[in-house]
Design a protein around this ligand. Structure first.
Ligand code: ADP
Ligand code: MG
Length: 238
């Protein structure tokens, strides 16, 4: 069964149609990368899937169930933002546990999940610090850790590494790939970095103005781009 299905999904802001009706099927456990120019609707699409934005029309199905009317907190989807979106006045531990306390999870289960996520991301030493005492890379680890503690079915990453320097980006790219191998979840990853797309993706989705130009495995798109637009994003133009 496909883990995530988007069916004629559309989104308008006022009179502006950002996503005109998009169909996409993502298999269980796939690592899917969205690429496309700035403003083409990548973040909007993630926000629709996460339930942070209401669709104008169409359906979203996760593991066969329509979630279009399900609140964000109950969709089983966790999102990692480019800006990290950590609470500055809370420690790392509090940032990791806050969302779980809100849903009244038992304290020992929260502690267990926080420890496990911290270990996975090698941030155990940082649990009592506040975000301002962390480097960009450490903050992004915390943001990913927070997503892990929610034990989601699907992870959404919105350009999570674009604020990091080149060296750290390479390191974190490998870490996220390892995380995917370890957890096996469906992951959707937005980037404008061609190397990230080529090396991380099982499947790349190329978007232009809210429309899918092409979907395929990295090498498929690299070797057989449907048009110059796709070639411009993946591989060498011809
Ligand atoms: P991307 O992430 O690909 O850069 P976005 O999804 O952020 O693109 O934006 C797609 C389009 O939707 C842009 O033209 C943007 O200005 C518009 N948009 C996004 N969010 C809103 C909003 N809340 N209100 C109005 N327009 C929006
Ligand atoms: Mg964006």
């Amino acid at each position: 069964m496909a883990n995530l299905v988007l069916e004629k999904l559309s989104k308008s802001f006022g009179a502006v149609e950002v996503i005109p009706g998009l169909d996409l099927q993502i298999e269980d456990g796939e690592f899917v990368v969205f690429v496309g120019p700035s403003g083409c609707g990548k973040s909007t699409l993630l926000r629709l899937i996460a339930g942070l934005e209401e669709a104008t029309a169409g359906d979203i199905r996760i593991a066969g169930e329509s979630v279009i009317s399900v609140p964000a907190a109950d969709r089983g989807v966790a999102m990692v933002f480019q800006s990290y979106a950590l609470y500055p006045h809370m420690t790392v531990r509090q940032n990791l546990s806050f969302g779980l306390e809100n849903i009244r999870m038992p304290k020992d289960e929260i502690a267990r999940r926080v420890e496990a996520a911290a270990k996975m991301l090698q941030i155990e030493e940082l649990l009592e610090r506040r975000p301002k005492e962390l480097s960009g890379g450490q903050r992004q680890r915390v943001a990913i850790g927070r997503a892990i503690t929610r034990n989601p079915k699907i992870f959404l990453f919105d350009e999570p590494l674009s604020n990091l320097d080149a060296e750290l980006r390479v390191l974190m790219r490998v870490e996220i790939t390892k995380l995917h191998e370890r957890l096996g979840n469906t992951m959707i990853y937005v980037t404008h970095d061609q190397i990230e797309a080529m090396t991380m993706a099982d499947k790349i989705v190329v978007l232009r103005k809210g429309v899918i130009e092409q979907v395929g495995a990295p090498l498929e798109l690299y070797n057989h781009p449907r048009n110059l637009f796709v070639a411009g994003f993946i591989g060498s133009p011809r």
